[in-house]
Design a protein around this ligand. Structure first.
Ligand SMILES: Cc1cc2nc3c(=O)[nH]c(=O)nc-3n(C[C@H](O)[C@H](O)[C@H](O)COP(=O)(O)OP(=O)(O)OC[C@H]3O[C@@H](n4cnc5c(N)ncnc54)[C@H](O)[C@@H]3O)c2cc1C
Length: 397
């Protein structure tokens, strides 16, 4: 069990030295040598062209499960700030850790991240593992996965939670595969039953809610949908222990190079799942061009435009705008549904919004069952009137 250099195969090329984020490999007498601080993260194995590194991690069946303690979260950043979903994860992790009598750990990777520690500690985090390096400023699957895998192998958390965002959905399976543990994707509920993490998620097209457990593997790992967990009020008097992990990333050994980042939204624009106001259009919008009236309204009230799947499938909006079971879950202060019937698959993505306004010509549309305010009428008449009135009133302030 562990890691071994096959001396006959090693050429001393040094690629593994560059690839090791923990600076745990040296070249001695033209052969690679593994140092005691190796975490078994596997970055060297992936880069070695000569199959000269043998890595054997503990199999799930060989693990002493009692050694695994604490509930960890992966903290996702948006540019230089912590994404709201990370606070949701921290709040949930705190609740779970209290039930288990364990600590909450958070991992923050990035360029300069120490100044963010107090922000996440305020949500109940006890220990924060930070790794700072300019090559971690941009998310990079192999660097992030290597470091996180190494940290998990070293510190043995009981549970690791990731956001079910694009980043989390890319990172978590990599780490789970490296650790040979299961991963429950897209959870909408988490609780503890008989000491195990009960991971709840929709299954069979949303017709049932499945409760999933990982009784024999550690850590228990899950990705959690943004906007489904409540965020507790921060307590700025809380402080966390900070453990700085020295990392060394040689750009020459990076297996993935990010050449260009093309943003689909302007910098500073709120994303759909973080917006306070969402105005969504459905099949009732009739065409892509007609969404202009929703964009105008969004501009007036500083909202973001979303869509039902019917509107997305019709090609009127990009897939990233879809709200619902197979799209995004949103939880804004105000959700305005225009020409959306409110089928269950749409409702699951927006029903936790604080206030819901529905505009629909059909008084029997199910969206009215969950709306706080329902307007039975033609959206092409109602939305421009609403926009004009709001403009008049907002200009008075
Ligand atoms: C596995 C699975 C996953 C799914 N995931 C999602 C998902 O993530 N998100 C999602 O949205 N759906 C999802 N669906 C699809 C969902 O079941 C519905 O088909 C879809 O939500 C319907 O979209 P809609 O309300 O826009 O269209 P419709 O159901 O056709 O409703 C259109 C509404 O517009 C109203 N209307 C028409 N003209 C006007 C007008 N001029 N003014 C006002 N009202 C008007 C009509 O009265 C009607 O109520 C999923 C389905 C499955 C099976």
């Amino acid at each position: 069990m562990g890691i071994e250099i096959i001396l006959d195969k090693c050429t001393g090329c040094g690629l593994c030295v560059k690839a090791c984020p923990f600076a745990a490999i040296n070249i001695k007498d033209k052969k690679a040598e593994i140092e005691a601080n190796c975490t078994l993260c596997g970055s060297c194995v992936e880069i070695c062209k000569f199959d000269a590194i043998l890595l054997e991690r503990p199999k799930p069946s060989d693990k002493d499960l009692s050694e695994y303690k604490d509930v960890w979260i992966f903290v996702e950043l948006r540019e230089k700030d912590i994404k709201k979903v990370s606070f949701e994860l921290a709040t949930k992790a705190r609740e779970i850790a209290d039930t288990l009598g364990e600590r909450v750990g958070a991992v923050i990777l990035g360029g300069k991240v120490k100044h963010l520690c107090d922000d996440i500690a305020a949500y109940g985090v006890d220990v924060i593992y930070t790794a700072e390096n300019e090559n971690l400023i941009q998310y990079n699957t192999s660097n992030y996965a290597g470091i996180l895998t190494g940290l998990i192998l070293k510190y043995k958390p009981n549970i690791v939670l990731f956001p079910a965002t694009h980043l989390g959905r890319d990172l978590a399976p990599r780490v789970a595969a490296a650790l040979e543990v299961g991963l429950t994707a897209d959870c909408t509920g988490l609780s503890i039953k008989d000491g195990l993490l009960l991971q709840t998620r929709p299954a069979f097209g949303g017709n049932i809610m499945a409760d999933i457990i990982s009784p024999s593997a550690r850590p228990q790992m899950a990705t959690i949908r943004p906007n489904v967990m409540k965020v507790q009020s921060p307590d700025s008097s809380r402080k966390a222990e900070i453990i700085s992990i020295p990392v060394d990333i040689d750009p020459k050994a990076m297996r993935i190079i990010i050449k260009e980042i093309i943003k689909t939204t302007e910098s500073g624009t709120k994303s759909l799942d973080e917006a306070d106001i969402v105005i969504s259009g459905g099949r009732g919008m009739d065409s892509a061009e007609n969404f202009k009236i929703l964009e105008d309204l969004a501009e007036t009230i500083n909202g973001v435009v979303g869509a039902s799947r019917a509107a997305v499938d019709a090609g009127w909006r990009p897939r990233s705008d879809q709200v619902g079971q197979s799209g995004k879950t949103v939880s804004p202060k105000l959700y305005i549904a225009c020409g959306i019937s409110g089928k269950i698959q749409h409702q699951v993505g927006m029903k936790s919004s604080d206030t819901i306004i529905a505009i629909n010509t059909d008084p029997e549309a199910p969206i009215f069952d969950i709306a706080d305010c329902g307007i039975v009428g033609d959206l092409f008449e109602v939305v421009p009137i609403l926009n004009d009135e709001l403009k008049k009133n907002l200009s008075k302030d």
